[in-house]
Every structure is written in C-alpha cells, then in structure tokens.
Write a protein that binds this ligand. Structure first.
Ligand code: FAD
Length: 389
C-alpha cells in the first residue's frame, strides 16, 4: 500500500474559524501549497450557515463578523442583502473568499478520526461525493439486499493523510444537544432539534412546545405564532432580558471571559446565552408586549400528546411537536483517539492551543465560538504554528 500523503498542516472544517486560520497561513505564505490541506464534510461553502433554516436573515441572529481580508473582495456582511436567507449570503461570500485566496478546500470530505502516528498525526477521512452507479459497479460495491437485488449504500472511499499540525475547526452544528426528560420516548409526536428546523410551515395547525432560552427559541416563537394551532414556550432558566436592542461589546466580553475560563480549565463549555443575556430588538419587545414571549419554567415530564408540570401549580400543554432549541456541543468525536478530553468534560484550550498536545489547535472553541472570535482565532493560531514550523 502506498504511504499516505504527508503535509505540515491539516485544517478540519471550512467555516468562519477554519477559513480564518487558512487565510493567515496561506495569504502570508506561512505554508506552501503542498504543505497545507483543508478538509470539510459539507457539500459546499458556508460552514454551518449553509444548513440553517431559510427564514434566518443576517441580523435576526446577532451580527455576523467579516472574515479577515474580506474587504479585498469588496465584501462585508454589514452591507450584505438582509432580505436574502443568511444561508445563501454566507455561502456565497465564503465561496468567493475561498476562490479569491485560493484556499482549495477539499469537500465533501468527512474526517472520521485522528490518531497519533509517531511525531505526526494521522487523519483518516472519507469522500462523501455521491458515487455514480457505474462507478459503484466497477468498484464491486453492488450488494445483495434482502430478497431482491439493488445497490446497497456503498462505503465511501477512504483516505489517510499525515500531518505535523492539526487545526480542528469543526464547530458545533454536527453535535446537537437535547437534554433528557422523563417520558421522551413515549411521546407520540415529533421531536425536532434546531438543526432539523427548516420552515415554520412544517408546523401549520400543530400544537408546538418550544424549549430553550436563546435567540433560536425566540426566533421560532415569533415565526410560529401565525401558523401554529397552539404555542408554548419553556425555558430551563429565567430569560435575562437586556434593555438594549443589540448585544454590546461589554456584555459580550463578559460572556467570552466565562467561556475562556471554562476552556482553560478543561471544563465543559457553558451556554453562551447564559453569559450574554438576550437583547430586546423591536420585534422581540413587541412579542413580549403582546404576551407571546413569556417563558414558562421547564416542564417535568412528557406524555404521548402533552408536556406536564408536576409542581404545586401543575398543569399541562398539548404537544404535537417539541422543538428543542437547546443548543449544541463542540464536535470533537473524531479526536477521541487523542484522548484530549479532561475528566471535567472539556478540552483544556488556551489561545486556541490544546494544552496537552502542542501539535493541536482548536479554532472556534470556547471564547472563539462567535464569528468575531472565530475570525480572531485565525491570526492567533497561525502565529503559534509559524513559531513551531
Ligand atoms: P462552523 O460554521 O460550524 O464550521 C465548521 C465546519 O466544519 C463545517 O463546514 C462542517 O462541515 C465542518 N466539519 C465538522 N465536522 C467535520 C468532520 N468531522 N470532518 C470534516 N469537516 C467537518 N455567531 C455570530 O457571531 N453571529 C450570529 O449571528 C450567529 N448566529 C448563529 C445562529 C445559530 C442558529 C447558531 C447555531 C450559531 C450562531 N452563531 C452566530 C455562532 C456561529 O455559528 C459561530 O460562531 C461561527 O459561525 C462558527 O464558525 P465555525 O467555523 O467555528 O463553525
């Protein structure tokens, strides 16, 4: 078997964080073309944004910060079209950015695992490109299935690459979090996580319970109000409403400090919104005013067609659908063989570097988990790699 490709730097993930690192490494020629590989599992540019629901616009989330060097292309998210779905605008801008700076992302390439290989790291990945039937036949991938002959899903072609440094920039979208509540499995309706939400129309005439205290939950409540037959909002903690329309830098920096402290001590990362509070845009303030945006405390259990509160006040709410806007966790499964995770539940990371392994960087993790943090991560991580190369 031929030996795997060997490079200096592999970046996993071409979202805001991965592109920002790639920009600094490539634009300033810190690594040569042949020493740099970027892998992303998604079919196209846009990072997690390409998967978000169509009604999400730039500005209805928070603020999407520009990537470094974006002004060279005459692009800025601040002046982007706010009437178009954010998923389209971001995918378009990222695509043009990759092309302009010749970032050569290999996609759709899913990294399955990373392991130690002496002083190097060995990255195992698979090509998720749909295979034409003829090619599957040629590769002997037709299999007998049950009693009739039809092609089974072929295993994707697999590859390996070894690298001196690894920048993991895989975000959180692929790792949705749903907390456990008694009765979940007995629910006869649909459980939907933020990552499955596509359009409010899917919930027309349904009784919907929205769970979560962040911007996504609030956005769903506002969108569902005109279409749902019944709408209940619950949150595990009281909503910390801010008396301003947007997050200010001071508020955000306190939340970033909380994330940084957790990352440095290797603890599981807390929810970002628990540190920032929720700004009251005009649309949200109107929703509060008309009584829509009043969260009930979390229910105690779920039955086939309802959620139930057992406390002294008791009560129930009918439910055909429960939407879990309960967040995400960093997507790090493929790094498991490296045993980076601490007993406290997180990876110890400071300035984007894994403290237990100087070859590994986590871009977009903890304090970098916003588009502004992810953009800053690029320079910070590229500098550290440069110092060691
Ligand atoms: P991502 O954009 O998730 O990119 C990660 C990339 O890694 C993806 O392209 C994925 O395909 C790839 N990948 C993952 N695993 C693998 C693997 N095993 N192999 C290969 N590739 C892999 N932040 C803001 O600053 N402003 C906002 O308005 C805002 N709105 C948000 C709205 C929602 C609903 C959510 C969930 C988050 C929002 N955020 C916002 C946070 C924001 O998404 C992030 O801060 C930032 O965009 C994340 O960039 P990233 O590069 O870290 O991750």
């Amino acid at each position: 078997m031929s030996s795997p490709e060997r490079v200096k730097v592999v970046v996993i993930g071409a979202g805001q964080a991965g592109l920002s690192v790639a920009y600094y490494l490539r634009r300033f020629e810190l690594v040569a073309d042949e020493d740099f590989v970027m892998l992303d599992r998604a079919p196209g540019p846009g990072g997690a944004w390409q998967h978000r629901w169509s009604s999400l616009r730039l500005g209805t989330a928070h603020r999407v910060n520009d990537l470094p060097g974006m002004s060279d292309l005459g692009l800025s998210f601040d002046t982007a079209d706010r009437t178009l779905p954010a998923k389209e605008v971001v995918a378009d801008y990222y695509g043009r950015y990759e092309e302009h700076f010749d970032l050569r992302v290999r996609r759709p390439m899913n990294v399955r695992s990373v392991e130690n290989d002496g002083v190097d790291l060995r990255v195992h990945y698979e090509d998720l490109t749909p295979q034409p039937i003829e090619e599957q036949k040629a590769r002997g991938l037709f299999r007998r299935r049950r009693s009739f002959e039809e092609p089974g899903p072929p295993p994707p072609p697999r590859y390996e690459i070894t690298s001196q440094f690894l920048v993991n920039a895989t975000g959180t979208w692929g790792s949705p979090f749903v907390p456990y509540y008694p009765g979940m499995a007995d629910f006869a309706g649909r459980h939907v996580h933020t990552s499955d939400y596509t359009s409010a129309e899917d919930f027309r005439d349904k009784h919907v319970v929205v769970v979560g205290g962040g911007t996504s939950a609030i956005g769903f409540m506002l969108e569902l109000e005109p279409v749902a037959a019944g709408l209940t909002w619950v949150s595990r903690r009281p909503i910390d409403w801010l008396d301003r329309q947007e997050l200010d830098l001071e508020g955000a920096s306190a939340a970033v400090a909380i994330q940084d402290e957790a990352a440095r001590s290797g603890r599981a990362l807390p929810s970002i919104v628990s540190g920032t509070g929720v700004p009251k845009s005009r649309r949200i303030a109107a929703g509060i005013e008309r009584g829509l945006l009043a969260a009930r405390p979390m229910f105690d259990r779920i039955e086939a067609d309802r959620v139930v509160w057992d406390g002294p006040d008791g009560g129930m709410a009918r439910a055909d659908v429960i939407i879990w806007a309960t967040g995400f966790r960093p997507e790090l499964r493929h790094l498991a063989p490296l045993k980076l995770r601490e007993k406290a539940g997180g990876v110890q990371v400071g300035q984007g570097a894994a403290w237990n392994d100087p070859r590994i960087f986590l871009a977009g993790y903890g304090p970098q988990a916003s588009t502004i943090g992810a953009s800053r991560a690029g320079r910070m991580i590229a500098r550290q790699i440069m110092a060691m190369i």
